[in-house]
Ligand binder design. Structure first.
Ligand code: SF4
Length: 218
């Protein structure tokens, strides 16, 4: 898939899912990002709500005991580690950034618990900047499309996608591909028979899945 085809495919999917980005509060997105690592949204969102209700600012959260945070965020994955990361991040926000979440990727990645994906999430959803958080859906679809190699790591996928897409599409790429990855291009048995970007995709097994599902095989 070349640059033009990639943009076209994302446009088609953006329209299908009517993707729009609404700006959220930076601290809330940061907390969400740290909690979301290796945890499903259905667990992350309620935990984020409980925690932010109890401590909606870095100052309040930094003063909480680890055990209190753990109790509020359980059952997110690695909740004990994440409780510590959240407190250390809040301490750094207060000490180094005047209590505010920075809008620079390098600065964000200095915060404990913040890697490429979480930093990009904050930049897109809190600051409306053109970055592409690469999660499991974005990485899988990019591989199937042939945009990146089979063994590519998410950080490299992020670099490649960001070099190929215009800013207006970078900003909606994650949300669009997450929706597409959950709805049609699923991890197991992608629904190629009803794929709106079938003609752009390089996935070797796509014809196999299309024929199975449309009853032409088996
Ligand atoms: S053709 Fe199949 S593998 Fe390719 S993008 Fe569509 S659903 Fe995914």
């Amino acid at each position: 898939m070349d640059k033009k085809e990639l943009s076209k495919a994302i446009e088609i999917l953006r329209k299908r899912y009517n993707v729009k980005i609404r700006r959220e509060k930076p601290f809330e997105i940061l907390v969400h990002g740290i909690l979301s690592t290796r945890t499903k949204d259905t667990t992350t969102f309620p935990a984020q709500k409980r925690l932010l209700r109890a401590a909606g600012t870095p100052y309040k959260l930094a003063l909480m005991k680890d055990k209190e945070i753990e109790k509020l965020i359980y059952p997110v994955g690695f909740y004990k580690t994440k409780a510590k990361l959240l407190k250390r991040s809040c301490a750094m926000l207060i000490d180094d950034f005047g209590g505010k979440v920075p809008s620079d990727k390098k600065d964000l990645m200095k915060l404990p618990g913040v890697g490429h994906k979480v930093a990009a999430l904050v930049l897109v959803w809190a600051f409306g900047l053109p970055y592409i958080p690469v999660d499991t859906h974005v990485n899988r679809v990019s591989k199937r499309w042939g945009v990146v190699g089979e063994r590519e790591k998410p950080e490299r996928t992020e670099e490649i996608l960001e070099s190929m897409l215009p800013d207006r599409l970078k900003i909606i790429a994650n949300h669009t591909l997450v929706m597409f990855g959950r709805d049609i291009c699923k991890p197991v048995r992608p629904m190629c028979y009803r794929c709106p970007v079938y003609s752009y995709c390089a996935y070797k097994k796509k014809e196999y899945y299309r024929r199975i599902e449309s009853g032409k095989l088996l």
